[in-house]
Design a protein around this ligand. Structure first.
Ligand code: SAH
Length: 248
């Protein structure tokens, strides 16, 4: 099975040793991935095992997270911690989301087929979740309000050559009207209330997942049905705040 935007390893592909040097953890002892970055390291497989133990059941999510190298989205100094189940700093006072939360949120918006057509992420950060989404959606749009992070995410994603991810620099409270409507919207920062523009930009039958609250936050799932909008409550979570406007 080949995922969009990723080159499947051709039969008889050159052995890893002939490929460009794999990045190493400072100290030189642990190789996080060799050769083809989508080949999972022991650490990445360990993360997947833990996600199963934590109750994630979506095979499409596992496959996507098996392929995306999380270490590529964080600073080298943190590589040895890349597959811990923690949020980690990515600069600009922001964090890369915890793997469990990424898995949980994506699983909650995926249809039974395990495939989405067009999805919007609000809060690109370093681009990790957008990369994971690129494996379960035909088209991924992601919007970030901090220019420095938008640039960083673009560089991170360019290395992986994921042609189905488009990044936008803007305020996620407005959504992305030019690309709307979306089959699903996933918000990676906590808003005080559900932003109406995002609900508006959802297709009928579409799903929006968003952490809501300030001190205490809860994941909310919004489904847009013919009969109206249905809201349900999921896990308690801890996200950075969703803020208004843009930062140059
Ligand atoms: N998706 C990231 C997590 C990023 S953290 C991952 O894969 O790990 C949340 C991000 O949301 C931060 O980068 C923050 O700057 C951004 N953000 C906060 N408010 C926003 C808004 N109104 N519009 C767009 N991005 C926003």
């Amino acid at each position: 099975m080949s995922a969009p935007g990723l080159r499947a390893k051709a039969p008889g592909a050159k052995p890893a040793a002939e490929k460009p040097a794999a990045p190493r953890v400072p100290g030189g002892s642990q190789v996080l991935h060799e050769g083809d970055w989508s080949t999972p390291s022991t650490a990445r497989l360990g993360m997947l095992k833990r996600l199963r133990e934590q109750g994630i059941v979506s095979e499409a999510v596992f496959e996507a997270m098996r392929r995306i190298p999380r270490e590529r989205f964080i600073d080298e100094a943190l590589w040895s911690r890349a597959y811990e189940d923690n949020a980690l700093p990515i600069g600009f006072e922001q964090t890369i989301s915890q793997p469990y939360v990424v898995a949980k949120m994506i699983a909650s918006i995926l249809p039974p087929t395990g495939k989405l057509a067009k999805v919007l992420e609000v809060g690109t950060g370093c681009g990790y979740q957008a990369a994971v989404l690129s494996q379960v959606a035909d088209e991924v749009y992601s919007i970030e309000r901090i220019r420095g992070l938008y640039d960083r995410a673009r560089n991170n994603l360019r290395q992986l050559r994921l042609p189905n991810v488009r990044l936008a620099y803007g305020d996620g409270y407005q959504g992305l009207p030019d690309a709307a409507p979306f089959d699903a919207i996933i918000v990676a920062a906590a808003a005080p209330a559900i932003p109406p523009a995002l609900v508006q930009q959802l297709k009928r039958g579409g799903k929006l997942i968003i952490p809501v609250g300030t001190n205490s936050q809860q994941l909310k799932l919004v489904e847009k049905r013919v009969a109206g909008v249905i809201e349900s409550q999921l896990d308690m979570v801890r996200f950075v705040p969703m803020l208004n406007g843009m930062v140059k």
